[in-house]
Design a protein around this ligand. Structure first.
Ligand SMILES: [Fe+2]
Length: 392
């Protein structure tokens, strides 16, 4: 444990992201951050600098927020395991086909053959397995980059759409007037789950609170006003989007649950999953298996923070695959008669749809700023959805 005059950072109990510490964002750091980082003789600024450095260099950050206890994550995962374990016919009642975007996409198979596919983008409710398409499967530029990677850092090759279910639940207030109504669709509640709304909202709000502190600390660390990011997040289409992967059917090592991709939102946050399998790529291209300590939350950078920092902090690439650690966990769960659904408690925090995405403050002067022209966040999300099959 390293003490910075009353503020604490903790080395993890086990290796996590390149041996980096995780940060406890307790009441004291929250209070000092909300004062703008100038209090406590600049020591808050030092801690904020570490937060922004971790996001910049690894695309990820581990935090422990006492407002998001492990028991709450467990309650959420218990409910989602029960839901995903329901019969497919029941789960399919929660699809919302009329709340889809739909468009055709043309994929060049060769120089002479094009394949046209129908892309469908669910906005709320459930999405069955086999619908989300990893970007690495459709993005030609990304495919070329993958070929050039050294083998040890190369992502697991997806063979088709991701084999995971996803449930989408909007969290937080919606704007009354917006140009992007379709991004702000009403939530769907499955029958037989009286605790659904409370559990989803409570865990969702708690994780957003943790993201807000990290966003303030990161802003200070990047040399921006502390509310540079959080002011743009207000009334954003934040999405709690847990996934469910059936390890009884897809528990073989090498199976890809989420092919190599980046998230298009601002920051993504997850509680600890009961089954490991997340790999991330550091800025230097190194592939790292993430180990989230008990009670910690993992935060990852998305494309919107890349836009706002003019490419100083880039969207973190990641994948979820069945590894040998996953199969160990499967064996253990089977022995203990526990659920074999791998649930991720993912929340995508977004910039508000009507807010303008552009490099902020001194990032506007960066030589890379021209790569990030100003546009509404809602418009940006729609453009990204033309490449992948789903959001985030
Ligand atoms: Fe992702």
């Amino acid at each position: 444990m390293v003490r910075l005059n009353g503020l604490t950072r903790y080395p993890s109990l086990e290796p996590d992201i390149q041996g980096r510490p995780w940060f406890r964002i307790g009441p004291r750091i929250r209070a000092l951050t909300s004062e703008g980082g100038s209090g406590c003789g600049g020591r808050v600024a030092e801690l904020c600098g570490e937060v922004s450095r971790s996001l910049r260099e690894t695309g990820a950050l581990l935090v422990k927020d006492p407002r998001c206890p492990a028991e709450d994550n467990d309650r959420f995962i218990d409910m989602m395991e029960k839901y995903f374990d329901s019969p497919s016919d029941f789960k399919l009642l929660h699809e919302r086909p009329h709340l889809h975007y739909q468009e055709d996409a043309v994929i060049a198979i060769s120089s002479t053959v094009n394949l046209t596919i129908k892309l469908v983008y669910p906005l709320v409710g459930v999405t069955p397995e086999g619908v989300e398409v990893p970007r690495s499967l459709v993005d030609e530029e990304m495919k070329e980059k993958l070929k050039a990677m050294p083998e040890k850092n190369r992502p697991s090759p997806p063979k088709g759409p991701d084999c995971k279910w996803r449930y989408m639940w909007r969290v937080g207030p919606r704007p009354l007037n917006t140009r992007f109504k379709e991004l702000n669709a009403e939530p769907v509640i499955p029958e037989g789950f009286p605790e659904w709304k409370d559990t989803m909202d409570s865990w969702g709000y708690k994780m957003i609170s943790a993201i807000e502190v990290v966003a303030e600390m990161a802003a200070i660390g990047f040399g921006l006003p502390k509310d540079a990011f959080t002011s743009l997040m207000k009334q954003g289409p934040h999405l709690l989007a847990p996934t469910g992967s059936d390890l009884r059917r897809y528990g073989q090592e090498g199976t890809v649950f989420a092919g190599y991709h980046y998230d298009l939102n601002f920051l993504t946050i997850h509680g600890r999953s009961r089954f490991p399998g997340l790999n991330i790529w550091l800025r230097n291209g190194q592939k790292v298996e993430v180990k989230v300590p008990v009670g910690c939350l993992l935060i990852q950078t998305g494309k919107e923070i890349e836009w706002l920092t003019g490419g100083d902090c880039i969207a973190g690439m990641h994948e979820v695959v069945v590894t040998s650690r996953t199969t160990d966990a499967i064996r253990q769960a089977s022995e203990q008669n526990r659920s074999l659904w791998r649930v991720s408690s993912t929340l995508f925090a977004h910039i508000a749809s009507d807010a303008v995405l552009k490099p902020l403050g001194h990032f506007a002067e960066s030589p890379l700023a021209n790569n990030y022209p100003a546009l509404c966040a809602g418009e940006f999300v729609e453009k990204e959805l033309a490449v992948i099959n789903l959001k985030g």
